[in-house]
Design a protein around this ligand. Structure first.
Ligand SMILES: Nc1nc2c(ncn2[C@@H]2O[C@H](COP(=O)(O)OP(=O)(O)O)[C@@H](O)[C@H]2O)c(=O)[nH]1
Ligand SMILES: [Mg+2]
Length: 198
């Protein structure tokens, strides 16, 4: 049961098309999803409820986008949804086999100064293709929670739901310095990924 004294938090699921946003959305929200038309457009989007740790979240499955410079109506809606929900948590979904593409949109979203969390989905495919993805390292670099998931099997979904409350506003200057090796890694303590969320 949700704690009715806590304000409902909106979570926007953002990422490239075909990274598994809808599959993750279905896993997190179950059967209570609702399809609506985004005001003033012909673009549909799906929203649903997740209750985690007595907090109610409204999860919105945002149309897939490659960047925040929209090239079609669906991408325009994705950008509008982000602009229209400045207090939302953005769950940025990566395809584990295409991390570079995920990083592109992630950095654009992070530039907006919003609370962020990253789901690295399709971990099964990455494993099959022998692509190793170090989510702990990615978490250290980005400074926001990063969770490995496989939406089709459900692996990582629980942890993803639990980590939403630890979403962080990323510090782009620090990310760039870490990428350039100008800031040494924080020491990992007890499995801590150093996202700063605790
Ligand atoms: N192997 C694998 N397939 C996945 C995973 N997540 C989603 N898919 C599949 O990838 C395709 C695209 O997923 P979808 O949720 O529609 O992506 P979206 O465009 O980001 O919403 C579908 O065929 C899903 O069944 C995953 O973790 N592993
Ligand atoms: Mg989808």
């Amino acid at each position: 049961m949700a704690d009715s004294t806590k304000k409902k938090i909106t979570v926007l699921m953002v990422g490239n098309p075909n990274v598994g946003k809808s599959a993750l959305f279905n896993r997190m929200t179950g059967a209570n999803a609702m399809v609506s038309n985004y005001p003033g457009t012909t673009v549909d989007f799906t929203s649903g409820t997740l209750i985690e740790g007595r907090q109610e979240y409204e999860i919105i499955d945002v149309p897939g986008t490659y960047s925040l410079e929209p090239r079609d109506a669906a991408e325009e809606v994705a950008v509008r949804m982000i602009r229209d929900h400045p207090d939302a948590v953005v769950m940025i979904v990566f395809d584990a086999t295409k991390i570079d593409r995920g990083l592109y949109i992630a950095l654009e979203v992070m530039e907006q100064g919003m609370l962020c969390i990253v789901a690295v989905n399709m971990m099964d495919t990455a494993h099959d293709k022998k692509i190793s993805v170090d989510t702990a390292d990615l978490q250290k670099v980005l400074g926001v929670p990063v969770v490995a998931t496989t939406a089709t099997s459900g692996e990582g979904i629980r942890e993803l739901a639990e980590q939403i409350r630890k979403a962080q506003v990323a510090d782009l200057d620090k990310i760039i310095k870490r990428l350039n090796g100008e800031i040494p890694d924080k020491k990992s303590v007890g499995g801590c990924g150093g996202c700063g969320g605790c």
